[in-house]
Design a protein around this ligand. Structure first.
Ligand SMILES: Nc1ncnc2c1ncn2[C@@H]1O[C@H](COP(=O)(O)OP(=O)(O)O)[C@@H](O)[C@H]1O
Ligand SMILES: [Mg+2]
Length: 610
């Protein structure tokens, strides 16, 4: 029991440790924070001023008999003063609320920015982990509301502390026991709220995977990319049932928790309020027996309920702060994650000469959460200015190999060098700019056609001529120029006036993007899979001319494409099993390459002999 209490206290202190949160708030808006606190102080002083002038007024009325003719003018003066102080107080209060809200919104926005900028720094491997996706979801949700809530409740706490100090100084003159007694009675409210904040938080944390599943289903049901299949396969009702069931479970559990909290809070409130009236009765009867003036009793009656309200507000501010702070910890959990790819303190510059070979030697790789390796002892050479093809069955490891080449992952063993230098010695962004890849699952950016291509080189100002040349080289110019707005046409259907194009046309845009990039190596990962035969053969027949002096690595399942390569690597299961020129590979009897393209080759031979 003793340890459990000390554990609870430890947890309470940890959750209420605001150092990091305050540092964060301070780092975002130091000037505005000072202003907001200053206004809270002024507000509290004025609030006390309103109470004090009220006390003076009561005193003046109580002492009416001793004031004679001055009574009327004194009272009028006091009423005037009370009016002014109260008006001022209300103005300052409104302004100080506005300041806290402004600061809160500013901080939420800055935190949201930091969440996004931190996320893009993290490497791809994090996206393999459901645990990371949970952390990201919690941080993003917390980023929207909780920094704001922490700021507001922090200021509420300061405000109510100052107010309590003010009323405390008056109450202590009536009976010194009043404040400690009130504090003791309000404490249970605070404890109940904190206990339930903890429970709610722990419950929500446990529910994150289920919440993610429900968002996933919701996206499937309402998203534009799944709209077609959901209807074509009539999956809507089936998925909706699953979604509804998850939502119901989530809401039912939360309501159970809320119901318990409400009953316990109600019981606590009854207890606390009874105690409050017991004290009131005790003081009034005690005072009436003694010689306390009606004025003192009146002051007590005004101030005591105020103190009670302030204490409740204080308890509420502390519990909200506590709760907000636990959620803000979710953001720090994300900020604590660091990129895992190795980066040296000082990097080597990438050599300026164009003709650098890329050499992949004996690399091994396993995905962080996978049991088996995806690549085993792979060695491939990409000579400067040459076109190399990579072929192999689905799941052989081709796309994985490309991710390593782009340095989205580092190999577990082996090395990749550019011009003889290990790529891990280069600045990662600078290295990545040497390569332009059309990924198998490339992104369809819903921006203008021009921007779709410009994204290939976002570092430099747009070079309109080169952009158009890239479009011509990929064949994208043919459909773009048919749009009334040409290169200014919005692609996709997400935004107004967007034009949806076919997958093959999207692929041409992605190819144009890779051409536009000032890279030294172009990678196509099944980048022409959706192109019509005519477009594809045109592209590859003059591929050399289209890519300029760059090297290229092309993954394709089509013999007609692969044939154009200067050199070909064949991947079996996780490793290279054959390599050579097309002629060399077809001549290997029963070779993997020869078998892979058997039907193609037979047709080809048939055509050639016709
Ligand atoms: N993100 C991933 N996490 C774990 N395993 C993966 C991931 N991506 C691919 N794999 C596994 O790696 C193997 C190679 O996949 P991939 O490189 O995509 O093959 P290919 O491009 O040759 O069809 C497959 O067995 C696949 O299951
Ligand atoms: Mg692939």
């Amino acid at each position: 029991m003793a340890t459990s209490i000390s554990d609870r206290i430890k947890k309470f202190r940890r959750n209420l440790n605001l150092t990091r949160t305050i540092k964060l708030i301070w780092s975002i808006a130091p000037g505005r924070t000072v202003w907001a606190v200053l206004f809270i102080v002024i507000e509290s002083v004025l609030w006390f001023g309103t109470l004090y002038t009220l006390k003076l007024l009561i005193d003046s009325v109580a002492l009416k008999g001793t004031q004679g003719d001055d009574f009327l003018s004194n009272t009028l003066k006091l009423i005037f003063l009370a009016g002014i102080v109260s008006a001022l107080y209300n103005c300052v209060k409104s302004y100080s609320t506005y300041l806290s809200e402004y600061l809160g919104a500013k901080i939420s926005q800055a935190v949201d920015d930091r969440i996004h900028s931190h996320t893009i720094k993290l490497d791809l491997s994090y996206y393999e982990s459901p645990e990371y996706l949970d952390i990201l979801k919690r941080a993003r949700e917390a980023g929207n509301i909780h920094p704001f809530a922490v700021v507001v409740s922090l200021f509420d706490l300061i405000r109510n502390l100052l107010m309590m100090l003010a009323v405390g100084s008056v109450l202590i003159t009536i009976d010194w026991m009043l404040m400690p007694l009130l504090a003791v009675f309000v404490l249970p409210i605070l404890l109940v709220r904190i206990k339930f904040s903890d429970r709610l938080y722990e419950w929500q944390r446990r529910q994150t995977p289920l919440e993610r599943k429900s968002s996933y289903l919701s996206n499937l049901l309402t998203g534009d990319s799944s709209a077609k299949e959901i209807r074509a396969f009539s999956l809507g009702k089936y998925l909706l049932d699953q979604y509804t069931r998850i939502r119901q479970t989530l809401i039912k559990d939360q309501m159970k928790l809320n119901k318990r909290r409400t009953f316990i809070e109600m019981a606590t409130m009854v207890m606390v309020t009874s105690a409050f009236y017991a004290i009131t009765a005790y003081i009034i009867f005690g005072a009436m027996k003694g010689s306390t003036s009606v004025g003192d009793i009146a002051v007590f009656l005004v101030i005591f309920p105020q103190t009670f309200t302030i204490m409740q507000a204080l308890a509420s501010a502390i519990s909200k702060l506590y709760q907000g702070n636990i959620y803000v910890a979710n953001i720090f959990e994300l900020f604590d994650l660091q990129p895992k790819l190795f980066t040296p303190k000082s990097t080597d510059p990438i050599p300026a000469e164009k003709n650098l070979d890329v050499e992949i030697r004996n690399i091994h790789f396993k995905y962080p959460h996978a049991d088996a390796p995806a690549l085993s002892d792979v060695s491939i050479r990409l000579p400067a200015g040459k076109i190399v093809a990579l072929v192999g069955l689905n799941g052989a490891g081709k796309s994985t190999f490309i991710k390593l080449l782009c340095r989205l992952y580092d190999p577990v063993q082996g090395s990749i060098t550019l011009g003889g230098t290990d790529i891990r010695k280069f600045n990662i962004d600078e290295y990545r700019r040497q390569i332009s890849t059309v990924f198998q699952d490339f992104v369809r950016y819903n921006v203008t056609a021009r921007d779709c291509i410009k994204y290939g080189d976002i570092e430099n100002p747009l070079r309109e001529d080169e952009m158009r040349e890239a479009a011509i080289n990929s064949g994208a110019n043919e459909f773009i120029e048919r749009f009334p707005n040409g290169y200014d046409t919005m692609m996709g259907r997400v935004f107004d006036e967007g034009h949806e194009v076919s997958i093959g046309q999207w692929q041409k845009l992605a190819i144009a993007r890779s051409f536009y990039s000032p890279s030294r190596l172009i990678i196509f990962d099944e980048a022409t899979s959706a192109l019509d035969a005519k477009s594809e053969s045109e592209l590859f027949q003059s591929f050399r001319k289209r890519i300029g002096s760059r090297s290229a690595l092309v993954i394709s399942h089509r013999l007609s494409t692969v044939k154009h390569a200067d050199y070909i690597y064949v991947m079996g299961d996780k490793t290279v099993v054959e390599s050579g020129t097309h002629e060399e590979l077809v001549s290997i009897e029963n070779g993997v390459y020869a078998r892979l393209f058997q039907t193609h080759l037979e047709k080809q031979i048939a055509v050639e002999s016709d």
